[in-house]
Design a protein around this ligand. Structure first.
Ligand SMILES: NC(=O)c1ccc[n+]([C@@H]2O[C@H](COP(=O)([O-])OP(=O)(O)OC[C@H]3O[C@@H](n4cnc5c(N)ncnc54)[C@H](O)[C@@H]3O)[C@@H](O)[C@H]2O)c1
Length: 475
């Protein structure tokens, strides 16, 4: 028992160290870490514009209001209903366009947000970069294999311009802390990640006029969308890439249009297995007929990830505006090596006692602590007491730790900071993170479509012009 407690304490110290390191690595304000905003000159505001002021666009415009580092100078949407929504959200009368090329011709625009449907990400992002602007493009970054190659080549030729992908989990304190815990060995060897995004919904949006079906419900159709692999799994594949520190080797999967036979051409349920180097795996599920989440004490619904290591587990979700990010950490019962039968008989009593004790420890689950809860030497007596009290409330399940800021606010502010200082500050969700993520989406859909194991090196050949053979010599 004493030994177990020692292990626990050691683990805890490691985890607390991870919290502090994670905090230092994150952009934005974290208690105890001075925020760069305080030294910014008033006239260094980034002029940004947005193309595609639909659901996500207007959401981001709202979140831009949490920072004064940027000013919205222009909006574009080729549907006047949504253009008006964007203008109303900003409320400061930015210029409005239906044709994005006119917006890109403006000299005062420093940076452009691309928040259109997936099939338009690459053509617009390419034009944004060619117009000399910095670019934030929503996930999934690109749609087709050829776009993976073309965007990489284009961006490499324009190294001074920022390109950030809308993968906001990369900007979360909880996810950064989990990553640091993994890197410091707190979870042992991480071998499996399980992720789900389950909804109990046909995921359709209401259509006022049938002629607008594909405009509004573009997510349902293959010619515009990668379905839930692109819309939902992309976020969680990126989590697995981050936590494993690698990209997959191959993917297999089954997808179907089994429950909503309403004319859609994208799968309504998908099951995927991604194999990463050293046999590590991401098990992924997205369904549209049940929203239960069997993680985080079933207090959340729909989406989350379980990171499983030989010494522990983290259950984590980014949540949403109403249910902030949260995470639980479980210690693994003491590993039991496979003894011979006689050895096992001798160790029977010891084994039983150990199992009971460690099962209890493992079943409790400890909230992942954020930087503000980590003890440090500078803490006053009162601050230490407050931290102890908060931890006690966490341990009783009366209170849960919450991030200081919504990761979406952090990702937007970090984008503006990168635009202000593109030589020394680089996005966490950069071009390669976005392309790796898009590659996984494209190949996972291919694996389901062709019912086969798809290796990730296939991307090198996909989307490239076939090698032209030299013409045969005439006899
Ligand atoms: N990071 C996230 O968590 C997150 C969440 C939701 C959506 N998204 C992404 O945001 C993107 C947009 O999703 P949405 O739900 O806002 O879609 P949406 O249909 O609500 O909005 C897209 C808007 O783009 C406009 N548009 C289409 N083509 C255009 C063009 N050529 N020029 C100008 N405007 C054009 C449409 O009229 C529409 O208003 C998608 O790529 C989606 O995957 C990301």
């Amino acid at each position: 028992m004493a030994q177990e407690q020692d292990v626990s304490r050691r683990d805890f110290v490691k985890a607390a160290g991870a919290v502090t390191t994670a905090a230092a690595a994150l952009p934005g304000k974290v208690e105890g870490f001075p925020f760069i905003n305080s030294v910014r000159a008033a006239n260094e505001v980034v002029n940004y514009a947005m193309i595609g002021t639909g659901s996500r666009g207007t959401y981001l415009l709202k979140h831009f209001k949490t920072t004064d580092l940027g000013r919205c100078v222009a909006l574009c949407d080729n549907w006047d209903v949504n253009l008006k929504k964007g203008l109303d959200t900003v409320g400061t009368n930015p210029a409005a366009y239906k044709d994005y090329r006119e917006l890109l011709a403006r000299k005062d625009v420093d940076a452009v947000m691309v928040t259109t449907p997936l099939y338009m990400h690459f053509p617009i992002t390419k034009d944004v970069l060619l117009a000399g602007k910095h670019c934030f493009c929503e996930k999934s970054l690109v749609f087709k294999p050829e776009e993976v190659h073309e965007l990489r080549a284009l961006k490499e030729s324009l190294p001074k311009q920022v390109l950030q992908t809308g993968l906001q989990r990369r900007y979360s304190q909880f996810y950064a802390t989990a990553k640091q815990m993994i890197d410091q060995g707190v979870l042992g060897e991480v071998t499996h990640i399980r992720a789900q995004w389950h909804r109990n919904s046909n995921q359709r949006r209401p259509v006022p006029d049938p002629s607008l079906e594909k405009k509004i419900n573009w997510r349902m159709y293959r010619e515009f969308s990668g379905g839930n692999t692109a819309e939902l799994a992309s976020h969680q594949i990126d989590v697995a890439d981050l936590m494993f520190g690698a990209t997959p080797e191959f993917v297999i999967g089954v997808g179907g249009i089994d429950f909503y036979k309403d004319g859609r051409t994208c799968y309504d349920n998908i099951q995927l297995i991604f194999q990463y180097p050293k046999g590590r795996k991401l098990l992924y599920s997205s369904i549209s007929t049940n929203s239960h989440l069997d993680l985080l004490q079933a207090k959340r619904v729909e989406f989350g990830e379980v990171i499983m290591g030989t010494a522990g587990t983290i259950e984590i979700t980014i949540g949403d505006d109403n249910h902030p990010a949260t995470a639980l950490w479980y210690r693994e019962p003491k590993p039991i090596s496979a003894p011979t039968v006689t050895e096992a008989a001798k160790k029977k009593e010891e084994f039983k006692a150990g199992a009971t004790m460690t099962t209890a420890a493992a079943s409790a689950g400890v909230p992942l602590l954020l930087p503000r809860d980590a003890m440090n030497n500078q803490d006053s007596f009162l601050s230490r007491e407050a931290k102890f009290a908060r931890r006690w409330l966490y341990s009783k399940g009366i209170m849960v730790p919450e991030e200081d800021r919504n990761p979406v606010d952090v990702e937007l502010e970090d984008f503006l900071l990168c635009v202000k200082d593109p030589t020394s500050r680089k996005p966490k969700a950069d071009l390669e993170i976005g392309l790796n993520d898009s590659t996984a989406v494209i190949l996972a859909n291919l694996a389901m479509d062709e019912n086969r194991r798809v290796y990730f090196n296939e991307i090198e050949k996909l989307g490239r012009a076939p090698e032209t053979k030299p013409p045969a010599k005439k006899a």
